[in-house]
Ligand binder design. Structure first.
Ligand code: GMT
Length: 377
């Protein structure tokens, strides 16, 4: 198949999923065309089946804000025509599904079906910003196919937008061959020279991630046992987290790594992964950690209970209740094997439901269904 994929190319989870999906599809022989304003940051494969098409953003002085959604629609239509695309697959509803809808209309009478994959804040945040609701609802209804990354998000979309059309749940996935435990003793010695357990967090440091709760939990664990904290990523709340670390005089025990590409090489060094988010429709970072045999302490919100099994491969707690998060973290790290058995269960559970080898065929089957449906429409 020839598929056009559009996503935010920066460090958001939706962009990561879209990029990994494109690379997996290309490896399976499909032709993949990424269409966005910049190459996706996780696009590390140089497969000849992958091409990137840049959307140029117009800078005409009259435009205070360049009309990206329109430029994107034109580019989608042009690429579809030039490359004879079978399908557009857009990740994150706003504004990508609206652009795809316009592209489909412009491409007529040639058929150009499009699938919208909902990731989370495209649904949960517009719930709070009513001005986006009508156009998001319209573009979901007009999509030839719609997928959600968790059962929670499907339910929330139906409720929030009063959607009557079918929504397919195709969960996020991880490449289980790449994301596996491959210890790097030199790295561990650098972060934890005394052999201390390592707690880890990975996110885009947005307020929804509650990164300062990561520091609070770590501080409480550190009072009871020697340990280290590694934070991967960057974003608006990094300064607040750094300030809290300084205030608590924990600087010698905390490593801020900033944005990193090959996170699977880092996750393997963790003994525990912390994800105390206010909301997660799925929690891809938790799944990536689990695939690397790392038990997770996360919040019991959104789709996280579909990923982390409380008491089996991690623990779940209510957002903001950092004392409980710290208690769970201590419980895991105080076991004689320092949580290794729980970590192994985490990998088993990640493999059961979320390996790319099982999830990519779900996308392929759905693509075929949507293409056939459009042909008969
Ligand atoms: O919140 C983020 O990290 C970014 C956001 C996005 O769409 O880029 O993430 C959402 O999509 C991820 C990938 O599907 C999910 O794993 C995250 O749970 C989801 N974030 C929220 O729902 C807050």
């Amino acid at each position: 198949m020839k598929i056009g994929i559009t996503c935010y190319p920066t460090y958001g989870g939706s962009g990561v999923v879209a990029t990994e999906l494109g690379m997996e599809l290309a490896a399976r022989g499909h032709e993949v065309h990424f269409i966005s304003y910049a190459p996706p940051i996780r696009l590390t494969d140089s497969n000849h089946n992958i091409q990137f098409h840049e959307v140029e953003i117009s800078s005409y002085p009259l435009f205070d804000h360049a009309p990206y959604a329109l430029s994107l629609a034109v580019k989608m239509m042009e690429v579809a025509e030039a490359e004879n695309l079978d399908l557009l697959h857009v990740h994150y509803a706003i504004p990508h599904s609206v652009s795809a809808l316009l592209a489909r209309m412009m491409a007529a009478p040639k058929r150009l079906p499009f699938i919208t994959t909902l990731h989370g804040t495209d649904i949960t945040l517009v719930g709070n910003d009513r001005s986006f609701l009508p156009i998001t609802k319209f573009s979901i209804e007009q999509s030839d196919g719609v997928t959600a990354i968790s059962h929670y998000l499907k339910r929330r979309t139906i409720e929030e937008f009063d959607i009557k059309r079918p929504i397919e749940v195709i969960p996020n996935f991880v490449n289980c061959d790449l994301y596996c435990r491959t210890p790097n003793p030199a790295l561990r010695a650098e972060w934890a020279p005394g052999g201390e357990p390592i707690l880890m967090h990975l996110s885009n440091f947005r307020p929804v991630k509650r990164v300062t709760d990561v520091v609070e939990i770590f501080a409480q664990v550190h009072e009871k046992m020697a340990c280290k904290l590694v934070l991967i990523g960057d974003g608006p709340d990094r300064s607040a987290a750094e300030y809290l670390v300084r205030k608590k005089k924990l600087g010698r025990h905390v490593h801020f790594l900033g944005k990193q590409d090959r996170v699977y090489q880092l996750l393997s060094e963790a003994d525990l992964f912390l994800l105390p988010s206010e909301m997660e429709s799925f929690g891809l970072a938790a799944l990536e950690a689990m695939a690397c045999e790392v038990p997770v302490v996360a919040t019991n919100v959104g789709g996280l209970p579909e990923v982390v099994e409380h008491g089996v491969d991690g623990y779940l707690f209510t957002p903001g209740q950092v004392e409980i998060g710290a208690r769970y973290a201590l419980e895991i790290l105080s076991t004689p094997d320092r949580g290794r058995a729980m970590g192994q269960k985490a990998r088993v559970n990640a493999r059961k439901k979320y390996c790319a080898n099982d999830v990519i065929p779900m996308y392929e089957a759905y693509y075929r269904q949507v293409i056939e449906g459009a042909a008969h429409a």
